[in-house]
Design a protein around this ligand. Structure first.
Ligand code: ASP
Length: 318
């Protein structure tokens, strides 16, 4: 059983949409549904075990996370900073779609690196499914947000907890659809207890300044794209993007971040012309190990994470 809570153990639940808030006309339909239909207060009400707990629900957005926007990220980071600063709040849960959860989680960890838990929770099936996973995931997320000593941006689905800076979606439809590459999960939620496997993400000072930097950054935020090296690759995509004004390019290379020579030549000319280039691997796990003379490498970051890292660098808030 959970410990008795006091009003000082408040958990705030911020809603942003996603499949966890999705509905379908037919309970057997786990694909042809519409994401982001139910309000966050309805999601909380659907979990009887949350009744009577000191919770607050706030709707920050209502979208399918495939359509996530930078203005929503800014709003979410701003509301998170507000709630995390409240002494009575022990942690915050964010309901989110699974499609871009890894990008939001990475962004929030880089910007906030909080000393309290921020748990991104999602579902692979809509709320109307015969066997919906959202309610259990939400209950687990609140438990995690109340776990003493827990901190950092985390992602939770199917009883598995990942670090926000490492998580990535690895499967198109299974309930346990997330992984952390070589790093592996951070913890498991087992019934009503949390079993941590390694330390929670460390907090980093300067969140207020980084958030202020984002809030005052000129709009739109810098344009960063991902290009991929592959058989038959050439420099045309890079040249077209450069001509269109791209500010940063992440390249998903083969193996240890190796690049087709024609693509590399175009990237090097773009870099000379002022485009920032960051090299990672299209492999599903592993770090890119630096070799002398190569384009700058992004270590263990996935191309999606590297894109956010480069965006933040261009915004001068990394
Ligand atoms: N398209 C949905 C979303 O990302 C998928 C999901 O949540 O599972 O919002």
């Amino acid at each position: 059983m959970q410990n008795a809570q006091t009003a000082l153990d408040k958990v705030v639940i911020l809603g942003t949409g996603g499949t966890i808030a999705g509905t379908a006309a037919d309970a057997g339909d786990t694909v042809g549904y519409t994401a982001g239909q139910l309000g966050v207060a309805q999601l909380v009400t659907a979990v009887p075990a949350l009744a009577g707990q000191p919770l607050e629900a706030e709707q920050v957005a209502q979208l399918d996370s495939k359509d996530m926007r930078f203005d929503v990220w800014l709003q979410l980071a701003t509301r998170l900073a507000h709630h995390l600063a409240r002494p009575e709040v022990v942690g915050v849960v964010v309901t989110h779609g699974t499609d871009t959860l890894e990008e939001t989680a990475f962004f929030l960890q880089q910007v906030l690196a909080p000393a309290k838990p921020v748990v991104l929770v999602a579902a692979m099936r809509p709320a109307t499914a015969l066997l919906a996973d959202g309610p259990q995931n939400l209950l687990d997320a609140v438990l995690l947000a109340r776990t003493p000593g827990c901190q950092g941006v985390l992602a939770l689905l199917g009883g598995t907890v990942h670090a926000g800076g490492e998580v990535r979606k690895t499967h198109t439809y299974r309930l346990d659809a997330f992984g952390s590459g070589d790093a592996g999960p951070l913890a498991y939620v087992e019934a009503d207890r949390v079993r941590a496997l390694r330390p929670w993400p460390a907090p980093r000072a300067g969140a207020v300044e980084r958030l202020a930097g984002l809030q005052s950054a000129p709009q739109p935020w810098p344009w960063v794209e991902i290009v991929t090296s592959a058989a038959g690759a050439d420099g045309r995509a890079v040249q077209a993007l450069q001509a269109a004004g791209v500010a940063g390019l992440v390249v998903a290379g083969t193996g240890n971040g190796t690049l087709h020579e024609a693509l590399e030549a175009a990237l090097r000319s773009a870099e000379v012309a002022g485009v920032q280039v960051l090299r990672c691997s299209r492999c599903l796990a592993g770090s890119v190990i630096e070799v002398p003379g190569a384009l700058p490498a992004a270590g263990a970051l996935t191309p999606q994470q590297a894109r956010v890292a480069l965006l933040l660098r261009l915004l001068h808030v990394d």
